[in-house]
Write a protein that binds this ligand. Sequence first.
Ligand code: SF4
Ligand code: SF4
Length: 445
Amino acid sequence: MQYIDNIIFLILLVAGFWLFAKSLQKIYRNIRLGREINRNNRKGERWETMARVAMGQSKMTKRPVAGILHLFVYVGFIIINIELIEIIVDGIFGTHRFLATIIGNTLYGYFTATLEILALLVVIGVVLFFIRRNFYGVKRLTMKELFGWPKEDANWILIIEFALMMAFFTMNASDFILQTRGFDHFARIGSFPISEITFVPFFEVFSFDNGFLFGIERAAWWFHFVGILFFMNYLYYSKHLHIILAFPSTWYANLEKKGKFNNLDSVTQEIKLMMDPNADPYAAPAAGDAEAPSKFGAEDVFDLNQVQLLNAYSCTECGRCTAVCPANITGKKLSPRLILMKTRDRLEEVGRNIDKNGKFEDDGKKLLNDYITKEELWACTTCNACTEACPVLLDPLSIIFDMRRFLVMEQSAAPQELNLMMANVENNAAPWQYNQADRLNWAND
Ligand code: SF4
Ligand code: SF4
């Protein structure tokens, strides 16, 4: 029986990690559909930014209550899963709490006690988050754009985390009772301060016999193990992918000053050439001259860069960007959160197309118009409030900007007001309809 248990465990373990690796591989392939972008400079600053923002959650402190609860859930959940190492060894070799034999009973007692306290903090965090999300009416969490799967996903993840923690306490409590009764191989190890005052008295009310308690302990142990594998594989379909991708996203974040746009080198070069009276327009390009891109701006996910696609997968759908977006606040049809959600949806659609056909077959759709409308794009004031508010340094504005660039430079499809302004700049070197010579007329009187 023990032998069968170990084999089932090993099969589940390998299958769980194999599926997870496949999902990561798919994400990597999809991100690489985007244009390459060189963000390997300023490495020291990038490591520091990642440590501060992703690991240290520094931007979460702007809303301290949510920030602390998020820290409970994040730190608690990650550390508790260190226990997975113990579960794996116990599952493969049929041992029981093998870590105690390595680090000694005293240290193991501190270890299990710490895990229990963290588990309690996780429970407090997820329960309060669930109440806040479903009953407290925070606008950014109850907006129409979250109806359907995004809302269900957010709730499911809280429910899964809660269930995993309950299984953890159940396992510890039944284990503790069996230990104190000296049942079979259950030697007295570990310290379970939370289980002892919650689940243990509850179990004792029912005076469960040893066999039944052993069954509960095993069931909770298996539930905990399978639950972790399930959670890991669920991430691919969830906004909770950010628990992994927030790290590369913050590392590859745009470190330039906000408001500094990425001018196209080839265009800058062209303009400099036009303004230089001695330049030879027919001269062969010099070494190091920037080449014009095959397409200006972005019409589909293939035209976005790889960091923008990584951003789409990393979005936590928290809506902090949308909550501060002046366009959204004033009722325009623009939500920076939705820009990233739609980009991810389109990227996933392209990924499924590749899975099915071996390569991308034109599906007659584009990110522009089929997912993101011109109305949304032109509603943006380019104020950068969204990028400032994002807790993981995502940049929805850069996607909006690149898609606008496509509209203007490839389709000449800017709104009439802008076309007029751009024609004025071209003709009068100013946005107004005056002759350059008249520019100071306003000061005549
Ligand atoms: S940059 Fe655009 S999308 Fe971002 S907050 Fe400002 S208006 Fe909204
Ligand atoms: S872009 Fe950032 S702020 Fe906006 S929803 Fe995604 S994670 Fe939150």
